[in-house]
Design a protein around this ligand. Structure first.
Ligand SMILES: [Mn+2]
Length: 363
């Protein structure tokens, strides 16, 4: 049985410019935590290889200290590490992948077309590098000498935007045992085209605030079948949490709602909490920001609520708003059931919002 790790898109050195400077620095540290964690998992699981499907670094010319720190971490792996550079860390004349001394267990595929390296008896790893922002690496024209062939390649599985897109037909025709993809930052899940199993693990680290959802890498076993386990990353994740304040009567009520919405890994989550709806009380936003700032890795609280206005505020008024209010009061009193009453109440709230130039109530 063959066992290996498949990770991609760590984007070491990403700027995290949506975060305050101190949090951005901490987020870059957590990227290294994530890489160190992957190396530890490889050791614990006695993995035979770590496959990195590109964009290990955020730029093609990472700072020398950043590059050597990453290589020092990979050197601690008890197994070989294979890397196929992507569009962010593509090969160029001064690329550190070409110019720096690499640890003896780290193998970078630097050619623009697929090359083979033996892993163990019966297993070959194929890989190639991006040599610019765009690339096209043909999957055909290779001949296999071993029963198991893994292909490690940066590839956009979702769209044909110049980032080495493959169709399911091309993947099926390749006859690789497993295609280890990178580039798309959301996990693809384990997929199959013909006899080839393929997957994109998603980014090991989120680098943009809209990259919400779990981040991690795949632990794969290959024998008669290919099986994958998703292992959560130690890097920062982003989450967007909307709270409808309309039914919440007080800060105590808001606390209760929030407790249910805070994810378990909150200390690694950069959260964007947005309050919506019509508020019936004034939340203590300063206290909320203080508390959530401690709960989360970082948190931005945005208040998009509007103040709920009394429904019958124009009832006694001698104008169109008053006449409309009185008409609806009569209709509501004559309503035959609760559904009709609710519809009439909503209609009145729409009408009053239009009179007042407010945003219409949510359905
Ligand atoms: Mn990429």
């Amino acid at each position: 049985m063959l066992k290996f790790l498949h990770l991609a898109d760590l984007h070491l050195g990403a700027c995290f410019d949506m975060l305050p400077a101190d949090k951005a620095e901490a987020a870059r540290e957590k990227q290294f935590d994530a890489l160190a964690h992957a190396v530890r998992v490889a050791g614990r699981e006695r993995a035979q290889a770590i496959l990195i499907a590109g964009d290990l670094f955020d730029t093609p010319s990472p700072a020398p200290a950043l590059f050597s720190r990453a290589m020092h971490l990979l050197a601690q792996a008890e197994c070989p590490v294979y890397l196929s550079p992507g569009n962010h860390d593509h090969i160029h004349a001064a690329s550190p992948y070409l110019t720096a001394a690499l640890p003896s267990n780290v193998h970078v595929f630097t050619a623009a077309t697929l090359e083979a390296l033996p892993l163990t008896a019966g297993v070959t790893i194929w890989g190639a590098a991006f040599h610019g922002q765009n690339a096209r690496v043909p999957l055909d024209g290779v001949s296999f000498d071993t029963p198991v062939n893994l292909c490690l390649i940066h590839t956009d599985l979702l769209a044909d935007n110049g980032h080495n897109h493959y169709t399911p037909g091309e993947i099926a025709a390749s006859r690789f045992s497993y295609l280890a993809a990178g580039h798309n930052h959301a996990p693809s899940g384990l997929r199959r085209a013909g006899g080839t199993v393929f997957a994109c693990p998603g980014g090991l680290s989120a680098v943009k605030s809209d990259e919400t959802g779990p981040k991690g890498f795949l632990l794969l076993t290959v024998d008669e079948t290919v099986k994958a386990q998703f292992v959560s990353s130690k890097a920062v994740e982003f989450a967007s949490i909307d709270i409808d304040l309309s039914p919440i009567p007080s800060d105590t009520g808001l606390q209760k709602v929030l407790i249910d919405r805070i994810p378990q890994n909150h200390d690694r989550v950069a959260a964007a909490v947005t309050l919506t709806g019509e508020r019936v009380y004034e939340p203590n936003l300063a206290a909320l920001r203080r508390v959530l700032g401690q709960v989360f890795f970082s948190c931005v609280v945005t208040d998009r609520t509007t103040l709920k206005k009394p429904l019958w505020r124009y009832l006694q008024q001698d104008d169109l708003r008053g006449a409309v209010s009185r008409k609806y009061r009569d209709l509501i009193e004559a309503a035959e059931n609760e559904d009709e009453k609710a519809r009439l109440l909503l209609a009145l709230r729409y009408a009053l919002a239009a009179f007042d130039g407010d945003t219409p109530p949510a359905l």
